[in-house]
Ligand binder design. Sequence first.
Ligand SMILES: NC(=O)c1ccc[n+]([C@@H]2O[C@H](COP(=O)([O-])OP(=O)(O)OC[C@H]3O[C@@H](n4cnc5c(N)ncnc54)[C@H](OP(=O)(O)O)[C@@H]3O)[C@@H](O)[C@H]2O)c1
Length: 200
Amino acid sequence: MTTIGIIGAGNIGSAFSRILARNGIAATIANSRGPETLDNLAQELAPHITAGTIKAAAKAEIVLIAVPWSKLPLALAGLPNWNGRIVIDANNPIEAPLFKPANLNGRLSTEIVAGLVPGARVVKAFNHLLAALLTKDPHAEGGSRVLFYSGDDETAKAEVAALIEKLGFAGVDLGPISIGGRLAQFPGGPLPANNFVKFA
Ligand SMILES: NC(=O)c1ccc[n+]([C@@H]2O[C@H](COP(=O)([O-])OP(=O)(O)OC[C@H]3O[C@@H](n4cnc5c(N)ncnc54)[C@H](OP(=O)(O)O)[C@@H]3O)[C@@H](O)[C@H]2O)c1
């Protein structure tokens, strides 16, 4: 079975871990303060979710990263080579408490994240809904809640698409990062924060 790691255990990291756990999928989750500070979450989501170090989470075949924008370089520094493992970029270039958009110098936020995980196959996903909505039952309004994803590696994208479907969401492929990354970027893109539902 594909191994899953989660770097960042706040709103989005813990929401993702809850979604995995309720679908019986295992993962290792990490934060900056160490696994022992995640005891409550690990107990709540046992036996599926285990707290680990960032290095342990980063070893997984699929690693979702959800860390405040300014903390990403530190969180991802010094990790072993990514060797083609899949990184899901759930991050947005804006953060509390000021919610001032970061200066990206004309680049897409996912391009910047990709630069921090050299050798990884990056798929942008799980970034465009608030954590509280993401955690809700994806079977909504008589359909399935849409999760957009984009990426430049078709195989990696297919793996993330399969995970999205397994979790009960309707995945919608937005194409390469140059297109999908722009459409799903928050702030700036037209898609984030909209609650789309797909009907069969
Ligand atoms: N909140 C949302 O609804 C939402 C929705 C979509 C996307 N996002 C994006 O998701 C990302 C995370 O947002 P969030 O709201 O989940 O943040 P959050 O609640 O503030 O949680 C941040 C997490 O990142 C960890 N972290 C901080 N510095 C770290 C480091 N140097 N190494 C490892 N882990 C570190 C924190 O660990 P410690 O607590 O131990 O420091 C914490 O677990 C952001 O990029 C945000 O834009 C958020």
